[in-house]
Design a protein around this ligand. Structure first.
Ligand SMILES: Cc1cc2nc3c(=O)[nH]c(=O)nc-3n(C[C@H](O)[C@H](O)[C@H](O)COP(=O)(O)OP(=O)(O)OC[C@H]3O[C@@H](n4cnc5c(N)ncnc54)[C@H](O)[C@@H]3O)c2cc1C
Length: 395
């Protein structure tokens, strides 16, 4: 089991932290300004072999657990939030394949040859026009004809769709299946088209390049992840999303507070022997940052413990209401705390944090973390928790 202290010494983390400061942070301003894909950062991760961190060692990957992946996403987000989000979303898709398609010759080859050798980048299409942000329902359905299949989907939001090597898409099992009877299907770049149906001119997370798109793909039935998306969602997609997102939001908040700390220290140097008044605000904000970190780390450690064996007992534990509530609470807590901490950083720094051309600027951080509560909507998650809490009793 990987512990917190082992993670601090992890080569995966130190290589990612170097890319965060030497590449991601250098281009973050331009990525944000031009709403462009952070290709320098993703190329650097690819060259360092870090895109296959979540692939199990048996297929040539690093086999990193949730705690290590979370620390990696947080480190990258300190340099560039959009890059941290792209990496997190890629790991989420890889984990769905690694945990639900073992034993499938197609996916085992895909992990070895595409994810590890080619360092392919995988995007996600769960959103769909007409399902209103409910990832657990689809309108589109896969069409199966013998051993061939095809799928069309009208998606509202596809991050880095034009820059990815593959798309993992949710859909209904058949044209007459219920909206929640879903599957996950993988399409490699030469087996689909993605026609952009809007622009991505947003407040923040501009480098994720996530406009709407009309997807059309075809291929072999081997590309369908075995089992149901209901299981893959509860046991993998939701835990990886909520924990890795929370980790990267804590990375964004840490960088904003890091700028506040540098500003306070600069003030202290001007008046040796005195503690600047904003140092107390900083001390209070650090309390919240620590709580936020501990929140995602404790869920990550628990997930790694629960999944140490990929057996029926582990799958059952991941399907419980108590665990679902815990993950949803993590998501709501961290998505609300990260903007508050960026706001605190701005109050500590003042006008030098408000200016876009200042080394203490936290405008980009603030705008980027505002996406946290929307992706997936906190209102929708709180409504799900409210229904679960009507019947769930904590022991
Ligand atoms: C930066 C970013 C990147 C993204 N990347 C991708 C991607 O790569 N692929 C992808 O498929 N999607 C992506 N998405 C989309 C995302 O996953 C969600 O599908 C989308 O943000 C939800 O859209 P919505 O706000 O219209 O949805 P809704 O969930 O319908 O929410 C709309 C409004 O209704 C309210 N609401 C909804 N349900 C309830 C309820 N039950 N109770 C109370 N209030 C409720 C919400 O509070 C909200 O105000 C991305 C989103 C962002 C912000």
């Amino acid at each position: 089991m990987t512990t917190r202290s082992a993670i601090k010494k992890s080569a995966l983390l130190s290589r990612t932290a170097a890319i965060a400061s030497e590449v991601a942070a250098v281009h973050a301003g331009d990525v944000d300004k031009r709403s462009r894909f952070p290709h320098e950062t993703i190329d650097a991760l690819r060259q360092a072999g870090l895109l296959s961190a979540a692939v199990p060692e048996a297929y040539g990957g690093a086999g990193a657990g949730m705690l290590e992946l979370g620390a990696q996403c947080a480190a990258l987000a300190q340099g560039c939030s959009s890059s941290g989000m792209v990496l997190a979303m890629h790991h989420i898709q890889v984990a769905c394949m690694a945990r639900h398609a073992q034993g499938s010759p197609f996916f085992e080859r895909y992990m070895r040859e595409s994810l590890v050798e080619r360092q392919a980048l995988v995007a996600s299409i769960t959103s769909e026009n007409g399902t209103f942000g409910d990832t657990r329902s689809s309108i589109c359905a896969v069409q199966i004809d013998g051993d061939r299949m095809s799928l069309e989907k009208d998606a509202t939001t596809v991050s880095y769709g034009q820059h990815a090597d593959a798309q993992l898409v949710t859909c209904r099992r058949t044209a007459d299946a219920a909206a929640s009877d879903q599957l996950l299907v993988l399409f490699d770049r030469d087996s689909y088209t993605l026609a952009q149906s809007g622009e991505w001119d947003t407040l923040g997370m501009r480098g994720t390049c996530s406009p709407g798109a009309k997807f059309s793909g075809h291929g072999s039935i081997e590309q369908i992840i075995p089992g149901s998306y209901a299981d893959a969602s509860a046991q993998t997609m939701v835990p990886y999303s909520h924990i890795l997102w929370a980790a990267l939001w804590s990375g964004i908040a840490a960088d904003a507070l890091g700028r506040a700390a540098a500003f306070v220290r600069a003030g202290a140097r001007k008046n040796p022997g005195s503690v600047p008044p904003n140092a107390v605000q900083l001390a209070r904000a650090q309390v919240e940052l620590q709580a936020m970190r501990h929140n995602w780390e404790s869920c990550a450690i628990e997930f790694d413990e629960m999944t140490a064996e990929n057996d029926a007992a582990a799958r059952e534990a991941l399907n419980t209401m108590g665990w679902a509530l815990r993950l949803n609470q993590l998501k709501i807590a961290c998505s609300e705390m990260a903007p508050k901490l960026c706001h605190e950083a701005l109050q500590i720094i003042g006008i030098m944090g408000y200016k876009n051309d200042s080394p203490f600027s936290v405008g980009r951080h603030y705008r980027d973390v505002l996406s946290a509560a929307l992706m997936v909507s906190n209102g929708r998650i709180a409504a799900k928790n409210a229904s679960m809490l009507l019947v769930f009793k904590d022991e």
